[in-house]
Ligand binder design. Structure first.
Ligand SMILES: Nc1nc2c(ncn2[C@@H]2O[C@H](COP(=O)(O)OP(=O)(O)O)[C@@H](O)[C@H]2O)c(=O)[nH]1
Ligand SMILES: [Mg+2]
Ligand SMILES: [Zn+2]
Length: 309
């Protein structure tokens, strides 16, 4: 195979090992990965070899260096890449379904550990549940931690979505969050072309529901690009050493220099500025609990981590 036969393309949809790529001229086509060792995900920049004859499909022959790689730990403790070249991860929560904020925190931590900015969108803000003091206090924790937080109603309030367009302009962003929070509704509003995709899929399965089954990238008229992904039940970042876990908590990282020990993990060490802040509630006890939980998860993954090194 000659080098000259290879052309650059972008992976805009991936279903496991089958992908859809878009050429630089904007032509979309299905492609297969060439060789078992090759792995690519939505957002990847790749080199492809076009179909060689009728009945043939394009082959992805090489994955170009990634600016970032967002990944998760799967149920067997292995690292599974989810999206490449992201600059922003947007976590969506809503008053319904009942939010699991520990998952939201782990998503934001996974982004920070992969050098990807994080932001929070609170959807379904028009619902009464969004006005509950408890819910609002939990959301405020993220603003106090330093995250950008946008409150929207993707379904009912076009104006509320304008700040999302501004946030995403120039970004390569992925929307994540529990199933049912409104990821696809928001994606459809931002990139109307995405509507057809979800609709035809749900027609085909006859489920009568718009279930997102693949991870797909959409370009936004307002600038930037957006990756919609299927809802997940759980998320944990790939394994990192104990001292790195706090990178996922900006409010902990900000206080760490004030701890007595520079290797403080903020658990039971004397002179810890973080546990002091938690005691006086200037640092959210719930967010701190979440930090400790991820530290424990990472310690559980440690044997796997050792084996891979
Ligand atoms: N009340 C309300 N419902 C919404 C809003 N946005 C989306 N929904 C509804 O929430 C449900 C799940 O939306 P969907 O976009 O499929 O969520 P996804 O699973 O995260 O992709 C659908 O019934 C939507 O119509 C909103 O702003 N307010
Ligand atoms: Mg969806
Ligand atoms: Zn400390």
């Amino acid at each position: 195979m000659s080098e000259a036969a290879e052309t650059p393309a972008r992976v805009i949809e991936s279903f496991g090992r089958r992908v859809i790529v878009e050429s630089q001229a904007g032509v979309r086509m299905p492609a297969e990965l060439f060789g078992k060792r090759l792995n690519c995900v939505c957002g990847d920049e790749v080199m492809i070899r076009g179909p060689q004859g009728s009945g043939d499909v394009a082959k992805v022959v090489r994955v170009l260096p990634r600016r970032s790689l967002f990944a998760r730990t799967d149920s067997r403790g292995r690292t599974e890449p989810l999206a490449a070249n992201l600059s922003l991860l947007v976590v969506i929560i809503a008053p319904e379904p009942e939010p699991d904020l520990f998952i939201a925190d782990r998503y934001l931590a996974g982004a920070a550990l992969a050098n990807i900015a994080g932001a929070l969108i609170v959807n379904k803000s028009e619902l009464a549940g969004a006005q509950e003091p408890e819910f609002q206090a939990r959301v405020n924790d993220y603003e106090r931690a330093g995250y950008r937080v946008l409150r929207i109603s993707a379904k009912h309030d076009e104006q509320s979505v304008a700040p999302v367009r501004a946030l995403l302009a120039g970004a390569s962003a992925m929307l994540v969050g529990q199933s049912g929070v409104g990821k696809s509704t928001l994606t459809n509003r931002l990139a109307p072309e995405s509507e057809r995709a979800t609709r035809s899929l749900s027609d085909a399965t006859g489920e009568g529901r718009h279930t997102t089954v693949s991870t797909a990238l959409f370009r936004l008229a307002s600038g930037g690009e957006l990756i919609d992904s299927p809802g997940v039940r759980d998320y944990a970042p790939p394994p990192v050493e104990d001292a790195m876990v706090q990178v996922g908590w900006p409010e902990i990282l900000a206080l760490a220099p004030e701890c007595r020990f520079n290797n403080c993990l903020h658990i039971r060490e004397p002179g810890c500025a973080v546990t002091a802040a938690v005691a006086e509630k200037s640092l959210s006890p719930r967010r701190y609990e979440s930090y400790k939980r991820l530290l424990n998860i990472m310690r559980g993954l440690a044997p796997e981590y050792e084996r891979r090194r």
